[in-house]
Structure formats: C-alpha cells, structure tokens
Design a protein around this ligand. Structure first.
Ligand code: G3I
Length: 471
C-alpha cells in the first residue's frame, strides 16, 4: 500500500531528526531536542483526511533539524514570506521565483501540499507598487497581471491560494488599501476571477485574522463571501488565521463560527495558528497553551469542511511574534531548541481523537467492505445549489472515481476536492492529486455548485462503478 510505504519512509526519516538535531545542538550550542512522538503529526492528520501544515521560512530549509521537522511532521507547507508580492515582483514585471520554487520543490520531494500565500494584500507590497501612482485601469491591470503570472507559474503545484489577504477592518468594513481606495470592492472579485482562470484546479481562499469568532469583522467577511457566491465569483474557501493568546481561546465559539462559513458550501481552514504568551514561559503557561492548541484543533476537526490546520512557524526560535509583540513569544509547537512542546502533543492528540491513529503500518489493512455515501444539498436557490458529498469506502484506495446524476437541465458550475466532468446528466469526479489515497474505512469528501437548478438531496452515488448505500 502506498500509504504504508510512505509511512515507513517517514519513520526512517524521523529517525534522522534526532541525529541531525543532536548535530545542530552541537553547532548552535543548545541541548539536543527530545524526539517527537510516533506516529508523526502528518500521519495522524492524513488518517483524518485533513492536512497539517506549517509556515516555512525557505531560508531555513538548509538547517537539517528544521527541514527534517518540516518534512516528517507536516504534509502541507505555506511560504511565510517568499510568495508575497514584495518578494515575487520586486520590480514591476520582473519576477523572482527563487524562494517560491525552493519551497515547491521541497514540497514535491516530500509528498506535501503547498498553500500559496498571498496574492493581493495591503502589506509587504513592493515599493514601486506601494508608492507608485497609477490610473485605476492601470492598477487593476497590474493586480490581475500579478495574480495571473504567479498562479500560472505554480499551476498544478499549489493546491490552495490565499488570493486576497486581510481585506477587512475590525468593524467589518473593507480596509482602505490601495486596491480598495482606487478600485472599490470589485478588486476582490477580479482577483479571484484572474486566479481561477490561471489555475482552474487550485482552491481559492480569502484569509484574515480576528475573524475566528462571530464578531463585527467576521460578519463583514460573511456578508462579502455570501455576495461573492451569489454573483458566481469563483471562491472556494475562507482561511482563519488564528493568531491567538494563551488563556484566551474559546474552542466551541471558534467551531460555531467555522461552521457558519462551512454552511455556505465553502471549505474553511485554520491557516496561521500560533498562540502567544507573556514571556518568560513556564510550565503552567505551556500546559494552558497545549489546551488552547487542542481547542482550536478540535474546533476544526468537528467541522467536516475544515480541510486542515497550518501552524505559523515550527519553533519559537523562528516565530514572528517577539518582533511584533514586545515581551510576548513562545507561540509555536516546538521550542527554541526544536524540542516538541506540550502544544505539539495536544495537536497530535486532537487528530488521534478524531480517528487519526494509523496504528502499526506493518499490520494488514482492516477488513474491506462496500461504500456508503451522503449526498447533501446544503444550500439551494432558484437557479442553483451547493452540494457536499461524503463517501465512506470499505476498501483502501490509491485513486478513486465517483459518479452520480443531476436532474435534467442542471449543470455543474464548479467543484472542489476533485476533478469534475459532466456528460449529459452524469457527473464524474476523480480524485485530485492530493486526496487519492484513502484508507479502508476512510472517507472521501468533495463538493460542487450547480447552475440551471438545484441538485436533489440523497442522490445515489457510485464509487468505482459500484453503487454506494445511502447514509
Ligand atoms: O526581507 C527583508 C530583508 O531584506 C531585511 O534586511 C529585513 C530587515 O528587517 O527585513 C526583511 O523583511 C522581513 C520579512 O518578514 C521577511 O523576512 C520584515 O522585516 C518582517 O517584518 C517580515 O515579517 C513577516 C510579516 O508577515 C510581515 O508582515 C513575518 O515574517 C511573517 O511571519 C508575517 O506573516 C503574516 C502573514 O503573512 C499574514 N498574517 C499575519 C502574519 C503575521 O504577521
């Protein structure tokens, strides 16, 4: 089984983490890290069908300890800075792909997803853009050219993009960025359209902070994404950054807020999780931090459309927090010496509790059985609907193809978590590059939007030509 081969390879790789960490300890003069628990975060996460990611500083990938942790513990990577406009297009029309390419290559070498961050953002803009004067038309062209060029560069290699980042003020109004001031709210729809045209298979996200709870800011975001969906703008997901504070994390409220966005038919994700504390840290703060990490992970895992969790940095040594919040830090799952903290264990425990313990990789597969499917129309209107489909398979799969029929006159508008085609009334969904491997008893989830009418709840689904039971 591919899953088993990968697990074994990772286990061998994990054995090297301790060795290279010891070498790093000698070189940097700190004590050697204890080894992370086995199985790894990515192994327990993969078994739940969610991803576990980290922001990566590509400049640190030459550090063996750092890169070993990134490759063995995570199955998704986000460029912490290397894919931002300032880094990618430092001069108008002149692109520098060095950092982004390095990260994408690393991800491919290690069987990881790439979460692209970020295309249109008021911050970290290059000087020529920040300070330049452009007519509205010219600015719109500059923006869509940038989106098109970057998404095209990584077509098929970046699975998710933060197309628009931090578009909101705390009161829920749109931030007075250069784009908003000159182009109005349409800059958002235009960015998404350009991204979709450049890579129809990439999932397109809007991402923000302080939107984790139901508040004025997340209400503004909710109104915006509802409007975008109603207009047919190609948006697939909402990213919730989750830059949080120890002792100030309300897991159930986070879950509820994730769910209200998921109920729009959108994917949701925790995109930049870190939980900072007043320094110095002590064991009671670290224990509280672990409970807080667990609460956020549980919130995501309780929402079926929450596709994964990305932490914003591996270790406290590399985190942005102390540079910005004076006297605060220790926000990451690994400490300054790359030792896993209680927060690391808490993340693992959350995935295991959600069914993510893959057990002994050398054990035979659990018994196989048939498939069952839930075909749920979560939102409908006169001329369309949003549908989520969950198929449970009794057999381990290393690639899958599901089929179902839509009512006459109803067409597929767009889909996510699969590759979609329609012939007559029959829709075929094949796995995407990143979700073809499913363990026996595991689930496949995909969704889509229709036009020309609504789909019907409970529509029968077949998997690999075999009709699945309902429910
Ligand atoms: O690249 C320059 C370098 O040339 C210069 O010598 C050096 C001097 O300070 O600065 C370098 O730029 C730094 C950049 O990271 C790249 O390393 C900036 O100073 C520094 O401010 C910048 O910080 C990043 C920050 O975004 C910028 O807003 C952090 O590393 C990064 O973690 C942080 O990430 C953001 C997300 O993108 C969006 N959400 C919030 C999150 C935390 O702020």
């Amino acid at each position: 089984m591919r899953q088993h081969r990968v697990s074994t390879v990772r286990r061998l790789a994990r054995a090297t983490v301790a060795a290279s960490a010891a070498a790093a300890a000698l070189a940097f003069g700190f004590s050697a890290p204890s080894q992370a628990a086995d199985p790894s975060l990515r192994e327990v996460a993969e078994s739940t069908g969610r991803f576990i990611g980290t922001a990566v500083n590509d400049g640190l990938l030459s550090n063996g300890t750092y890169s070993d942790i990134v490759s063995t513990e995570f199955d998704s990577v986000t460029a912490e800075n290397a894919m931002k406009w300032e880094a990618v297009e430092p001069q108008r029309g002149q692109y520098n792909w060095a950092g982004g390419d390095r990260l994408v290559q690393f991800a491919q070498d290690n069987d990881q997803l790439v979460y692209g961050h970020t295309l249109v953002w008021h911050s970290q803009m290059p000087g020529w853009l920040q300070n330049g004067s452009f007519s509205n038309n010219e600015l719109r062209q500059i923006m869509t050219d940038h989106v098109t060029t970057q998404v095209s560069r990584y077509k098929g290699q970046v699975q998710r993009w933060d197309v628009v980042n931090e578009a909101f003020n705390e009161d829920g109004s749109l931030r007075q960025s250069k784009f908003y001031q000159q182009l109005g709210a349409s800059y958002i729809a235009d960015s998404f359209r350009a991204a979709r045209a450049a890579d129809p298979d990439a999932k397109l996200f809007i991402n923000d902070y302080n939107t984790e709870l139901d508040n004025a800011k997340s209400d503004g975001l909710y109104r915006l994404v509802s409007d975008l969906l109603a207009q047919g703008v190609p948006i697939d997901g909402v990213g919730f950054q989750n830059h949080l504070i120890v002792g100030n994390v309300n897991g159930p409220a986070i879950r509820q807020n994730l769910q209200r966005f998921a109920d729009l038919g959108l994917e949701v994700a925790v995109t930049e999780l870190d939980i900072r504390m007043q320094m110095p840290s002590d064991s009671s703060k670290l224990q509280q931090q672990a409970r807080d990490y667990r609460a956020v992970a549980d919130a995501c895992l309780a929402v079926s459309r929450c596709s994964g969790i990305t932490v914003w940095g591996v270790s406290d040594r590399d985190s942005w927090v102390p540079d910005v919040f004076e006297g605060q830090g220790a926000a990451c799952p690994w400490d300054e010496n790359y030792r896993p903290k209680p927060a690391y264990d808490a993340l693992r425990d959350a995935f295991v509790a959600a069914g993510g313990d893959p057990g002994d990789p050398d054990d035979p597969e659990p018994p196989t059985g048939d498939c069952s499917a839930v075909f749920n129309v979560s939102n409908r209107w006169d001329t369309g609907s949003v549908v989520s489909v969950t198929v449970r398979t009794g057999q381990a799969l290393s690639g899958w193809r599901a089929q179902f029929d839509l009512p006459a006159g109803v067409s597929l508008a767009n889909g996510w978590n699969g590759s979609f085609s329609q012939s007559g009334s029959t829709v075929t969904v094949a796995n995407a590059a990143y979700n073809g491997t499913v363990p026996a008893g595991g689930t496949i989830s995909f969704g889509f939007q229709t036009s020309g009418g609504a789909a019907q709840d409970g529509t029968r689904v077949s998997l690999g030509g075999q009709e699945c039971a309902a429910g």
